[in-house]
Design a protein around this ligand. Structure first.
Ligand code: SF4
Length: 268
C-alpha cells in the first residue's frame, strides 16, 4: 500500500509551510542519511496513520467475513448430521436451504417433500417451478433470495410437522435468519406462517397483510404454498396480490425495486 502513496511536490509542501519530502530507506533514514529532516515531515506521519487505519479496517472486515463463513459452515454441518428428532430415521437427505446468503428476501416453506428429500434442495418439482414463476413475476430469481423450510427433513407421507419436530428444528432456521438478516420474509403456506408468527389463524385470513416475526420484528408476508396453488389455481390471483404487497415492503425498506408485469402475472 505504501508504494501507491502520492508524494507531494516540493512546491506544494512549501505552499503549506512544510519541509522537503525525502524517501525513507530501509534503515529508517532518508536517502541523504538525514533522519532529522524526515522526522520533521508531518505529511509522512499522517499518510502512515491513514494507511495503518485502512489496514486495520480491512483486517476487521476480513475477520467478520471469516466469522460469518465459519458460522455458515458450522450450521450446515450440524444440520447434515442432525438426529434431534425422529425424522432423521426416514430422510434420504437433509434439506438445508439454498440461495444468496446475504439475500434481502427469505422464502420459508413447510418441509421437504419427496423430490426435495431425494435431491436435498427445497422447492424442486412442480411446486418449485411454480415458485420460480412467482419469483420471476416480481423480477427475482432463485439465486437472489434464500429459500428454506421450517423442517430440514421430510416428514413421511408429507404429514404436517409435529410441534416437537418444529421445536427441535427451529434453532437451525433462526440461525439462518440471523446470518442472512433478510429485510423481509415470504411465508409460504399455513405451517410456515403459523410457526413464524406464533399464531393459528387460517392462512386465508393471514395473507394480504404484513405481519412481524415474533422476536425479530422482520416483516412477514404470508401467502399460499405453491403446492396448494397447484391444487387450487384460483388462489393464484391472491398470491400475486401478496407478491405486490411484498414488493411494496421491500421498496419501502430500500431494497432493489421490483417491477411486476402483466405477462409475469399470468405466468404465476
Ligand atoms: S427435521 Fe430438523 S431437528 Fe429433525 S432430524 Fe432433521 S434437522 Fe434434525
Amino acid at each position: 500500500m505504501s508504494g501507491s502513496k502520492t508524494r507531494p511536490s516540493d512546491a506544494h509542501l512549501k505552499e503549506l509551510g512544510l519541509g522537503r519530502w525525502r524517501h525513507r530507506d530501509s534503515n529508517g533514514t532518508d536517502g541523504a542519511g538525514n533522519e532529522a529532516e524526515e522526522m520533521n515531515d508531518p505529511t509522512a506521519e499522517v499518510a502512515g496513520n491513514v494507511e495503518e487505519e485502512k489496514s486495520k479496517t480491512t483486517t476487521l472486515t476480513l475477520d467478520a467475513e471469516g466469522r460469518h463463513l465459519r458460522q455458515w459452515r458450522i450450521v450446515r454441518k450440524e444440520v447434515s448430521e442432525c438426529v434431534l428428532c425422529d425424522l432423521h430415521r426416514t430422510r434420504k437427505n437433509t434439506v438445508f436451504g439454498v440461495g444468496a446468503e446475504n439475500a434481502d428476501l427469505m422464502l420459508i416453506g413447510e418441509a421437504p417433500g419427496a423430490d426435495e428429500d431425494a435431491q436435498g434442495e427445497p422447492f424442486v418439482g412442480r411446486a418449485g417451478k411454480l415458485l420460480d414463476s412467482m419469483l420471476a413475476a416480481i423480477g427475482l430469481s432463485r439465486e437472489q433470495v434464500f429459500i428454506a423450510n421450517i423442517l430440514k427433513c421430510r416428514p413421511p407421507n408429507n404429514e404436517n410437522p409435529t410441534l416437537e419436530q418444529a421445536e427441535k428444528c427451529r434453532p437451525y432456521l433462526d440461525r439462518q435468519i440471523d446470518l442472512i438478516r433478510p429485510r423481509a420474509i415470504l411465508a409460504l403456506g399455513a405451517v410456515a406462517a403459523h410457526n413464524l408468527l406464533d399464531v393459528e389463524t387460517p392462512i386465508g385470513r393471514l395473507r394480504g397483510t404484513v405481519h412481524e416475526m415474533s422476536g425479530s420484528g422482520i416483516p412477514v408476508i404470508p401467502t399460499y404454498h405453491p403446492a396448494y396453488l397447484l391444487r387450487r389455481p384460483q388462489g393464484k390471483a391472491q398470491a400475486f396480490e401478496d407478491l405486490l404487497l411484498l414488493c411494496d415492503v421491500l421498496q419501502d425498506l430500500g431494497s432493489q425495486p421490483v417491477a411486476p408485469t402483466e405477462k409475469s402475472e399470468s405466468s404465476a
